[in-house]
Design a protein around this ligand. Structure first.
Ligand SMILES: CC(C)(COP(=O)([O-])OP(=O)([O-])OC[C@H]1O[C@@H](n2cnc3c(N)ncnc32)[C@H](O)[C@@H]1OP(=O)([O-])[O-])[C@@H](O)C(=O)NCCC(=O)NCCSC(=O)C[C@@](C)(O)CC(=O)[O-]
Length: 302
């Protein structure tokens, strides 16, 4: 399989990146981050989550954030919606895509969304149906497709099972997530191959956390299978509140640098992206998690 000639990146920094932040991040800062990402050329941004504020307090301002964004017609704004209540908030906010999020691991499903895999699908089905009826796109995030913080290794059969359930309720595309960043290239390829039993390659997105420093290698492994949609997080922000110790997604800057180096045009201005990462890192009072951004900022400083 030839490496795809084009790649699309969904920056999940404002959502996956910030959901776990202990310090309050004002809506105005989240909005500015989204503006900087779209200025850098990102065409898909996962903005926030309509989830219970008791479970994820940092996302409690979802409606305010969406209302403050100066939207561009060529950018797709997505949000997480675990149930009909979340979906109603997403519709009121006028989003382009909703994301239902399940797990290949029973234990993670219970910890993250307080129900079994089967119950989650029952909950998602009316959300997906309602979204499609309104012309809103639907993505399904599949957590723990390689490893789980509670169950350890996850067999590809479990990934295929979940992908089949997602397909069965009408989900249009799916994220193959290495939630805790333990996967290595062949394992990630096995999870993707399992997903391909139910979804075409154009409908599969790679979502790799970088806890063990494998995320770029895993991205390349996914490209080798023809996958061309990836999620990443500006400045490598983030982690999941229900996956202790897991670091953020692979940094968008690092993915963009690698793809530029491979001659794959993705329409993203790396300098502007680095500035966006610097903006949020400065606000959070910490160094960027992007190796590329750190190297280029050091070089700029001479
Ligand atoms: C799913 C629930 C709601 C079940 O939580 P529950 O407690 O079982 O739900 P419930 O229906 O019993 O409701 C409990 C309370 O929450 C409220 N509630 C209920 N739903 C909503 C909603 N949508 N928006 C706002 N409020 C809501 C509801 O109204 C009620 O309020 P109360 O009566 O107690 O005042 C909860 O577990 C939850 O919100 N979980 C979210 C967890 C989460 O966001 N995790 C992080 C995202 S997933 C992730 O990061 C992984 C990913 C996607 O990046 C991929 C990867 O790397 O793996």
């Amino acid at each position: 399989m030839a490496i795809p000639a084009r790649v699309r990146i969904i920056d999940v920094g404002p959502r996956d990146g910030l959901q776990n932040e202990k310090q309050p991040v004002p809506a105005a800062v989240k909005i500015e981050l989204v503006h900087r990402l779209q200025d850098a050329g990102l065409k898909e941004i996962e903005v926030t989550s309509f989830v219970s504020p008791k479970w994820v307090p940092q996302m409690a301002d979802a409606a305010e954030v969406l209302a403050g964004i100066q939207r561009r017609p060529d950018v797709r704004y997505s949000v997480l919606t675990p149930n009909m209540k979340g979906f109603e908030g997403a519709v009121a906010a006028g989003v382009d895509e909703i994301v239902v999020f399940g797990a290949a691991s029973e234990a993670f499903s219970q910890k993250n969304i307080n129900c079994s895999i089967a119950e989650s699908i029952e909950r998602f089905a009316p959300v997906v149906e309602a979204a499609l009826a309104k012309g809103i796109a639907v993505r399904g995030a599949m957590s723990c497709t390689v490893g789980c913080p509670y169950e350890g290794d996850i067999a590809p059969e479990k990934v295929a099972y979940l992908a089949g359930l997602m397909k069965g309720i009408g989900v249009q595309r799916v994220d193959v997530a290495d939630t805790i960043g333990v996967g290595t290239p062949r394992q990630v390829q096995a999870a993707i191959t399992a997903t391909l039993q139910h979804f075409g390659v154009d409908a599969v997105c790679g979502h790799f956390h970088d806890t063990y420093g494998q995320a770029l290698a895993n991205t390349l492994a996914a490209l080798e299978l023809g996958v061309w949609n990836f999620q990443s997080s500006v400045a490598g922000l983030g982690g999941c509140p229900y996956a202790k110790g897991a670091t953020g997604n692979v940094a968008t800057e690092d993915v963009v640098y690698m793809l530029h180096g491979m001659g794959i045009d993705i329409g993203i201005d790396l300098d502007k992206l680095i500035d966006a990462g610097q903006y949020i890192s400065d606000f959070l009072g910490r160094k960027s998690g992007s190796r590329v951004a750190t190297a280029i900022v050091n070089k700029r400083a001479g």
